[in-house]
Design a protein around this ligand. Structure first.
Ligand SMILES: Cc1cc2nc3c(=O)[nH]c(=O)nc-3n(C[C@H](O)[C@H](O)[C@H](O)COP(=O)(O)OP(=O)(O)OC[C@H]3O[C@@H](n4cnc5c(N)ncnc54)[C@H](O)[C@@H]3O)c2cc1C
Length: 384
């Protein structure tokens, strides 16, 4: 491993830092309060080449390597988890999934428009009765003249009220004795199709307030034949390989939140005085900062290592799950401590640490909870 950043990687890191600090960070609190993200943020990420980062130049992308993409996510995550979350779903889950599993026609049709934000994408796997156990989804696909009819329900789908294109996972009638995951198929669904009904996800209060999340109902929603992604009954493989890309984005986003916690705390403990000293001179406070910094650098090595392995073309499921598990757990701990270090001010939205704490909880849950990452890691280490 060589983590000396190349000229290209430094370019993406610095472009993302500038955008995140000059454009996103100044409005992060307002977006959180107003529960919305201006479309101009998405358009700017497209024009700067971030949205197309996950796919090759042949399909209108900017062809970043995995470490460059990770550096971009870290910088966005430092400023706002909702913005970083938008891009992880759009670019790493949706675009990368189409590049990896799509036909040439599908890649040509969708990727350039997704890279330019002409289309917005979402990834619809989770259902009310199927979250961690994704193989047990109940959404049904039935073959009909010229295509398929979808019926079912999805919840918590990020970007779905904005999206033009949804990757939807549904089950074809199973052959007798088949395993639950073997009849899952991925479909590229036009969100304006009749029978694609989306509403705002109710009751989302804790974090990611500027993100868009939807509840989707499919009522006899027709999908044309050419819109199967990766072949009939291959959907579980498509879903899991997309998650390998998405989880690395989430891990990098967590690293960004962790970095933001540290930066904010360092400024605060240098400035805040109690008992006649700056609080940063108290050993208990120093211990918190030391642990926050050490766990941050441990997360960074895991995240960079997973990205490096991906760039070698090797399977990196183990490294990605370890990076997601450690980076999200460490960032939750950092955000928790950051609120405490700010005292009463930490409880107020005049300081960003309460938002960091609310937002980071989501990263522990989506794209596989920390428990599920442990299962993935243990299976890779022990064997099934
Ligand atoms: C902000 C946000 C955005 C999201 N965006 C998307 C999206 O874009 N697309 C999408 O498809 N989904 C999305 N999700 C859904 C998310 O992926 C699921 O919530 C997650 O996978 C957990 O599923 P669940 O909520 O059904 O919880 P459950 O699976 O019911 O889990 C409940 C608890 O049981 C634990 N558990 C379950 N099984 C096991 C086991 N075998 N061993 C040990 N513990 C276990 C879990 O870790 C968890 O603690 C999003 C969720 C959130 C909160």
């Amino acid at each position: 491993m060589n983590f000396t950043l190349t000229k290209d990687q430094l370019h993406w890191q610095s472009a993302a830092h500038k955008f995140a600090q000059e454009v996103v960070a100044p409005i992060a609190r307002k977006m959180d309060e107003e529960c919305t993200m201006p479309i101009s943020i998405i358009e700017k990420m497209a024009s700067l080449g971030f949205l197309g980062g996950s796919v090759s130049k042949d399909f209108g992308g900017t062809g970043m390597d995995s470490l460059s993409l990770v550096l971009t996510y870290i910088e966005l995550g430092r400023a706002c988890s909702s913005v970083r979350g938008f891009m992880t779903v759009h670019s790493s889950l949706v675009m990368k999934c189409i590049e990896q599993s799509g036909s040439q026609e599908q890649k040509k049709e969708f990727l350039p428009r997704l890279a330019s934000a002409g289309l917005i994408g979402c990834y619809a796997l989770t259902e009310p009765e199927a979250g961690s156990d994704a193989a047990s989804i109940k959404t049904r696909a039935e073959k009909t003249n010229g295509g398929y009819i979808l019926n079912g329900e999805k919840i918590w789908i990020t970007n779905a009220n904005l999206a033009h294109l949804a990757i939807v996972f549904a089950k074809l009638p199973a052959t007798e004795g088949a395993k639950p995951h073997s009849s899952i198929t991925a479909f590229l669904v036009d969100t304006n199709s009749e029978g694609f009904i989306r509403t705002k996800m109710p009751g989302k209060e804790l974090g990611h307030r500027a993100s868009d999340h939807a509840h989707i109902t499919f009522k006899n929603c027709f999908v044309p034949e050419g819109r199967v992604l990766g072949g009939e009954n291959n959907g579980f493989k498509v879903a899991m390989s997309a998650l390998d890309h998405g989880r690395l984005g989430v891990a990098a986003g967590a690293l960004g939140v962790h970095q933001a916690c540290l930066d904010t705390c360092v400024d605060f403990v240098r400035a805040r005085k109690q008992f006649g000293s700056r609080i940063g001179d108290f050993e208990m406070v120093q211990a918190v900062i030391a642990e926050m910094k050490t766990s941050l650098e441990a997360s960074r090595l895991l995240v960079y290592n997973a990205a490096w392995k991906k760039d070698q073309g090797e399977n990196c499921t183990l490294e990605t799950s370890m990076a997601k598990l450690h980076a999200t757990e460490a960032a939750v701990e950092a955000a928790n401590e950051a609120v405490l270090l700010h005292g009463g001010r930490g409880y107020s939205n005049k300081y960003p640490v309460e938002r960091y704490l609310r937002d980071i909880k989501g990263l522990q849950i989506y794209e596989g909870t920390s428990h599920i990452q442990k299962i993935v890691i243990a299976r890779q280490v022990i064997g099934k």
